[in-house]
Design a protein around this ligand. Sequence first.
Ligand SMILES: O=C(O)CCC(=O)C(=O)O
Length: 305
Amino acid sequence: MSVISTPPLRAFTLALIQLGNIGSNKLKNLQHAREMIVKAAQGKHSTKKPDIIVLPECFNSPYGHTHFPVYAEKIGYVPGKLYDVQQSPSESVQMLSSVAKEIRTWIIGGSIPEQDAESDNKFYNTCTVYNPDGDLVAIHRKVHLFDIDIPGKIKFKESETLTGGTTLNAFNTDFARIGLGICYDIRFPEMAMIAARQGCHMLIYPGAFNLTTGPLHWELLQRSRAVDNQVFVAMCSPARDLTAGYHAWGHSMVVDPMARVLKEAGEDEEIIYADIEPDALKDARAGIPVTVQRRFDVYTDVSRK
Ligand SMILES: O=C(O)CCC(=O)C(=O)O
C-alpha cells in the first residue's frame, strides 16, 4: 500500500449548509450559495467560526440528468498539478475560491455538473475543495452513478448523461484527513473502508436523497459507514423544495464514530454546526478495537492493491 501522510486529528468545527432556493438561474444560485457561505462563517457557534463549510450536491443547478449538460462547466483540474483559479473556465470554481479566500475557511463545494476538459460529450458530477487561501486542492467525481428504478416510486438514471469518476479522493487539512464521496457513493462500503483504512478521520458526502430512499436509508447509511469504520461521517443535502422537479430529503447530518447522530437539520434551508472532538474517535477505537482485530488472514484487505 502506498504510504499516505495523515495529519493528527484535532478538534474542529464543521458547518453544513442545507441550501434552499436552487432554481434554474445559475448566477442566482451561485450568488445565494456565496451569501450562505458567508453567513455560515459568521454564524455564532461556540466561540469561533467553522473550520470547514460544506455545500450540498448539485448546488448550482436543478438536479436531474437532463440539466447536467446544460449547466456543466469545464474545470480542467489535474491532481498534483498547480491549478490557476484565476484562469479557471468555471464560474462556480471562481466563486468558491474567492469566498474561501475572503472568509479564510476550508470549503467543500458540494457538487456541480462538470464537462470534461477534453471531450464536449462527457460530463461528471463533481465536488471541488478549497483551502483558506482559495486554492483548489482536490476534486471528487462521483464514482457510483445514481441509477435506480423502484416501480411506482422513483426512477433516476444519471448514467444517461454522466460518466462515473475513476478515482477515490481524500485531502489533508491542518485538523484532519477527509475522504470525499457524493451521495450514492455512500451505498458502497468498500469506498468508505478504503478511505478510513488509509487514514481518513471523517468522510463527507454532499448528497440529495429523495422522499422514497431518504426516510429508509439516509441516516442508516451514515451510521453504518461510521460504525463500520469508526470515523465521523456527514452528508449535506439541499433543502426540500416541492416545487422543484426533484424532491430532496433534506436532514443534513453529522454522525460520530460510535454512530451517534451529533446534528441533524430539518427539511428547510438551514445551517448546522458540529464540533468534531478527537476523543470520540479515540474512545470508539479503544473501547471496540475492531480496527486492530481484522482477520486479513481470512479475507482480503480491500484498502491494499
Ligand atoms: O441512494 C439513494 O437513495 C439516493 C442517491 C442520490 O440521490 C444521488 O446519488 O444523487
